[in-house]
Design a protein around this ligand. Sequence first.
Ligand code: F6R
Length: 369
Amino acid sequence: MADSVLDYVGKMRESDKGDMLSFCVDEAKHYRVAAEAAEKISLSYVNPENVIVAGMGGSAIGGELLKDWARGKAQVPIEVSRAYSLPAYANEKSLVLVVSYSGETEETLSTFLDAVKKGCMVFCISSGGSLLKFAEKLSVPFLRVPSGFAPRAALPYLFVPLLVVLAKLGGVSGVSAELSEAIAVVERIAGECAPEKPVKKNMAKSLAVGVNGAVPVVYGFGVFRGVAQRFKTQFNENSKVPSKWEYFSELNHNEVVGWERAGKLAGCFSAVFIRDGAEPDEIRSRIEITKGLMPSGTKLFEVWSQGKSDLARMLSAVCIGDFTSVYLALLRGVNPTPVETISLLKAKVKQNGTKMRIVGELERLAASR
Ligand code: F6R
């Protein structure tokens, strides 16, 4: 039954598939367009002592990928800030990359205000909204990305500029070569996971069938830490299921005990291990030992990255997760694209007046300059 639903997806009319599926199919193309646009970024900032990516949800995940990718390369610390204000250390030596796809997220607008007041080196990435309106008024440099996507489907447009800015200001090298390889690998994976490929020959469809009916728990490590988080948030927002994520080796110091006496609860979860041909021996050993300690009968799955460079391996796994979450949505009979609860929540929260206050402060600041 599940197989036939997913095999039918390949025969559906384009308009029935939902935007998220089209995004997955075209993921490589979006990275290519994003890379071309990001190359044009020119900033006059120099030598930041730290880098803070400020954003929420689908606009913040690119920051996590950046942090993981740069961990073994950048000489400056990188933090992702999901809050109303910057960490206390932020100052004029901090490069603050403010990311909000809609440009209307109140936490991000509030952090933008904080960054401008603190005299940080600020750069905004958004499709428009209040963020770009005030960036223009306050003469803060920005990149306007294409509109019309769900924020999580705008990942290429929100993540690639972070890499490029870091390469231009933070002293990391190899971004364009890694991006070229990543785009080629993502293109190949999109072909392997394409809607017209039947379940038996489609790793994303078969993973979706496997995890269906249980809460997916996604385990990453190293450069796949944020990738595991991306899987989780895509399961939440596209498939509309609860999901959780953890990473090695930290999970060996707490999470693993949770399986010890899980009993019948274990059947409520399926565990997805992100694997990598280049995973360090110590991590490979921990993954195998952990799998062996999990209650028998727990549904275990592995997603293997593809490619050579860190970026290609990371984005290949992201692409498999994106497809899987969309196929899981279709299996469950839900539309992967709308996120009604987030919209409802934002509308309700707006009534408390916080956003109005922040926008008012931005207006006054712009008028005073
Ligand atoms: C992802 C999504 C949310 C938003 C988040 C912040 O598709 O809908 O996670 O990314 O609510 O909104 P933006 O990205 O507009 O700042």
